[in-house]
Design a protein around this ligand. Structure first.
Ligand SMILES: *[C@@H]1O[C@H](CO)[C@@H](O)[C@H](O)[C@H]1NC(C)=O
Ligand SMILES: *[C@@H]1O[C@H](CO)[C@@H](O)[C@H](O)[C@H]1NC(C)=O
Ligand SMILES: *[C@@H]1O[C@H](CO)[C@@H](O)[C@H](O)[C@H]1NC(C)=O
Ligand SMILES: CC(=O)N[C@H]1CO[C@H](CO)[C@@H](O)[C@@H]1O
Ligand SMILES: [Zn+2]
Ligand SMILES: [Zn+2]
Length: 307
């Protein structure tokens, strides 16, 4: 069976479709079909439970190498009716994206005075009425100044992040390397998945990265909200404290959507590992993609701050 494409809220002003996976459908060796979203989810779940992923229909093993796309089905599916996530009407799948982006009367839109601070969001068919009544254009210059100041603050924070990356790039000592997180299990009674990289050398020191899945299995409401957090561990002895900024980014071999976030830490021989800090993956769809892949390949930058 083919489920209609599920809309998923990402940021208030954008949404992603499951069809944005690298391949839209997959079939097991016995020919049972699943959509790419379900397939990736099954692989991610199996990794978390340390089980071989199996086809929900026939229980045969599934994996990226055992399953293949079915182009005939993908073509047929693209012509099947699918439901618009806003107006619930049916459209051929191939037309749905344009309908939801540009044509649907119920699609979520924002007020044109958003630029001067109007927070209104609503269906397209109410937009004209709202904009005619919107109080933002009649605000006084002083009121608008306050709103714009707030917006400037947000913008400034973003700029600060990019500026600090640029200033880190002018440091004398910068090291970077490709890192590969590999999955392991803890030997607790209920084992937990964690990741660890092999030892690697950056800035003439030996390091290891660990990561763990920060999911909220105990809260069923959040069971889909998976995140990862990681820590950087210094493995070699140092003669004086080493103050560092570090940053994980997408590497050349994996297509991971990750936000640039800079962390700081002063490494000493006694204080040789950072706290677990969030791995800033854009959303849990991306996180599941990472868990479904065997290893996680990223690029680590370390900037040494010299006094
Ligand atoms: C790198 O470390 C080794 C010993 O750990 C040391 O002999 C060497 O001088 C260091 N190189 C640099 C460039 O700091
Ligand atoms: C899940 O959500 C429902 C409704 O919002 C709430 O009543 C319930 O307490 C939540 N459960 C947990 C474990 O947070
Ligand atoms: C890291 O720190 C811990 C506790 O301070 C210490 O026991 C351990 O030997 C240190 N590891 C290295 C490689 O220095
Ligand atoms: C259960 C668990 O691992 N929780 C961690 C989630 O990530 C934060 C850091 O962002 C940790 O502080 C929590 O301990
Ligand atoms: Zn619609
Ligand atoms: Zn408005």
């Amino acid at each position: 069976s083919v489920s209609p494409s599920r809309l998923q809220w990402n940021k208030p002003d954008s949404f992603v479709f499951e069809a944005s996976f690298p391949f839209p459908s997959s079939q097991c060796t016995n020919g049972h079909l699943m959509c790419a979203g379900c397939f990736i989810h099954l692989l991610a779940d199996a990794r978390l439970k340390e089980e071989q992923a199996t086809c929900p229909n026939c229980r045969c093993e599934i994996s990226k190498s055992l399953c293949c796309r079915n182009l005939a089905v993908e073509k047929a599916v693209s012509e099947l009716p699918s439901e618009c996530g806003f107006c619930m009407r049916q459209f051929p799948r191939s037309l749905l994206e344009r309908h939801q982006k540009e044509e649907c009367q119920d699609r979520v839109t924002q007020c044109k005075y958003k630029r001067i601070g109007c927070p209104w969001q609503g269906p397209y068919h109410e937009l004209t009425v709202h904009e005619a009544e919107c109080t933002h254009p009649t605000k006084t210059g002083n009121e608008l100044m306050e709103i714009l100041d707030e917006m400037d603050q947000t913008h400034k924070k973003e700029m600060q992040l990019y500026n600090s990356i640029f200033s880190l790039l002018s440091f004398e000592k910068i090291g970077y390397t490709e890192v590969q997180f590999r999955p392991y299990r803890t030997d607790d009674f209920i084992t937990r998945l964690y990741y660890e990289t092999p030892r690697f050398t950056v800035l003439n020191q030996t390091w290891v990265l660990k990561a763990r899945v920060n999911d909220s299995e105990r809260n069923p409401n959040l069971s889909c909200k998976r995140t990862l957090s990681f820590q950087l561990i210094l493995k070699s002895k140092i003669s004086s404290p080493m103050e560092c900024s570090f940053l994980l980014l997408k590497g050349p071999y994996d297509d991971v959507k990750i936000n640039p976030v800079i962390y700081h830490f002063v490494f000493t021989n006694e204080n040789n590992e950072t706290e677990y800090v969030p791995l800033p993956i854009i959303d849990s769809v991306e996180c599941n993609k990472l868990l479904a892949a065997k290893n996680i390949n990223l690029r680590l930058f370390i900037f040494q701050i010299q006094k």
